[in-house]
Each structure stands twice: as C-alpha cells, then as structure tokens.
Design a binder for this molecule. Structure first.
Ligand code: GSH
Length: 315
C-alpha cells in the first residue's frame, strides 16, 4: 500500500492519525469525459480499462462494460489480487497495452509528476497515452452515455430520474460504499463506532424501502442499484468479518439479500464476480488489520438461489 509523491512511489499506509482515527478518502484526480468536444472521442479499440476483481469501485465499471455491450470496444487488464508494498501489480502478460508491472507506472505515464494514490479503476487512452478518468462513478456514466452507438443495452441513468438517483447515491456512498471502509480502516474506537452506526442505520432503511420496491427506484434497475450492489455482494465475505461490520450479515436482511441475488442473476453479471480475488485481496493486503494474511475459507453463500424480484430496465 503506498502512493506517488511527485511521480515517485512511496510505501505508506493511510494517514488516519491526522483525522482522529478516521479514514478520509482523497478525491480522484483524472476527470475527463468521452465526447467530440473533450479531446477523447468515442472510438472502438481506443480505450483500455485497468481493474481489480476485488475492488467494489472497479467492479461497477466491469458490470457496465458487460451490460452496455462494450466488451469488444474496450479492453481490460486485471491487477493481481494482493496489493502490498508496491501497490497494485500486473502479472506478466496482464497489460498488453503498456506492459506495466505496477499500476503506478500507468499514473506516471499520464503525469510524470503525479502525487496521490494509485487506485483502480483507470480508463486509459491508448492514442493520447494518458488517463481519461479514474473515478468509478464517472466511468460508469461514460459507459452509460458517452459511447453513442458503440454501446447497446438499457440506460441506467434516465434524465428524468437523475435527482432520485443522486439522492440515493449520496446517502449510500457515505454510509454504505465508503461506510464499510470507514469502519474497517478506523484506528480509533469512536471512529469505528460512528461508521458502524451510520452503515447499519442505512441498511435498515434500505431493507424497509425494498419491502415495497423491487429496486431503489421501483421496478427498473438504475445506476444507484449497481453502486450499492458491489458493496452488498462483498458484505458477508469480507466486510462482516475483516472490516468488523458485524451487527448482521447480508443474508440476515431478507429484502437486501433477495435484491442482491436478483442483480447477481442478471446474465453476464456473475462473470464479473471473482470471490477468490475479493477474499485474497482484503484479507491478504491489509496487514495492519489482519497481520497473518490468512484468508478465511467461508462463508458459503449461494448467490444463484432464486429470487422473487424480476429486473426491468429503462429504455
Ligand atoms: N474514488 C475512487 C476510489 C477507488 C479506490 O479507492 N480503489 C481502491 C481499491 S478498492 C484502490 O485502488 N486503492 C488503492 C489505494 O488507495 O492506494 C473510485 O470510485 O473510482
């Protein structure tokens, strides 16, 4: 675990000491869109995605690449599950575009003086040899809207539902998506309890909402669902134990559990899920939390179990 300072790699864990033990996620720095007026036109074969199968943020982009029919237009490199003193690493042959051994090389190619964390996902432009965007919430919107006729499939962010989607996103980002990290990376009891409290308060609220709504907006699956899904999917395998989010498991929430399976069972979504990478990454990489690096064998969770929800999609 480390970061770049003026283009040089430094092995450093997150600084929680200056924040009273709280984990504060730094803002993402490459924020371009694809379009005729952005300098990054939509073209098949031009862009490449760097992801980790372990990472819930990167996972969103892999799901969209499948559901928007962009698999042949956008290539993918998958980093190795463990993230240790060199940060994310790429095995031999994993990066046919830049032949990088470490993900930080992609960041210094884009900006030789880059300072900041080296995170997945990264959307890379092979033509201009730079990073288009490394913010998952924007990369999914790029895939949803910016590729024009190269993309197919439903939209997950219809214009007239944006306000509702954003309201769910804001609440869920802070308390759930980032909330599990705030609990897991806290280095004081108070910071951990604060994160744990807001996380389960939101999960209780979502459970109630899903009693009479199939998905967050109703019958149709939206961006807000995909953003929630990648965190819920990892809940019992890693957040419940490793991040101490253990008031209840996902499977103890009947609606959230049914909802997560309904999204998982949408064709091609399961192809983006790798629990071996997920468990190896979290339990193996965070040695301040799990010094032995031992990866638990359980739990046994059947995401293929039938659900009572039938997903519908916006046109
Ligand atoms: N805001 C970013 C966050 C991405 C992120 O934090 N990814 C994690 C993996 S789950 C990472 O690469 N962390 C490496 C680090 O912080 O050094 C996004 O949503 O795209």
């Amino acid at each position: 675990m480390g970061l770049l300072v003026d283009g040089r790699w430094q092995d450093k864990w997150y600084d929680t000491a200056s924040q009273n033990g709280r984990f504060v996620r730094p803002p993402t720095q490459f924020r371009h869109r694809i379009g005729t007026d952005t300098g990054f036109p939509a073209e098949a074969g031009r862009y490449h995605l760097y992801v980790s199968y372990a990472c819930p943020w990167a996972h969103r982009t892999l799901i969209y690449r499948e559901l928007k029919g962009l698999r042949s237009a956008i290539g993918v490199s998958v980093v190795a599950p463990l993230m240790l003193e060199n940060g994310w690493e790429l095995a031999d042959g994993a990066d046919p575009v830049n032949d990088a051994a470490f993900l930080w090389e992609i960041y210094t190619k884009a900006d030789p003086t880059y300072s900041g964390r080296v995170t997945v996902p990264v959307l890379w432009d092979k033509m201009r040899r730079t990073i288009v965007n490394n913010e998952s919430s924007e990369i999914i919107r790029i895939f949803d809207a910016d590729f024009g006729s190269l993309a197919t499939g439903p939209t997950f962010r219809p214009k007239d539902r944006e306000a509702e989607i954003d309201a769910w996103n804001d609440e869920i980002y802070d308390s759930v998506n980032n909330g599990v990290y705030r609990a897991g990376f806290a280095t004081t009891q108070a910071a951990y309890e604060e994160a744990y409290g807001t996380l389960f308060a939101t999960l209780d609220k979502l459970e109630r909402h899903l009693r009479d709504h199939a998905f967050l907006l109703g019958d149709q699956v939206s961006e807000a669902d995909w953003r929630l899904f990648t965190t819920l999917l990892r809940f019992d395998a890693v957040y419940h134990g490793h991040f101490k989010c253990n008031r209840a498991r996902l499977i103890d929430f009947p609606e959230l559990w049914d909802y997560t399976r309904a999204l998982y069972r949408i064709p091609v979504v399961a192809d983006t899920v790798r629990f071996d990478h997920i468990k190896q990454h979290y339990y193996g990489s965070h040695r301040t939390i799990n010094p032995t690096g031992i990866v638990p064998l359980g739990p046994v969770v059947d995401f293929n179990h039938p659900t009572r929800r039938t997903p519908a999609f916006f046109d």
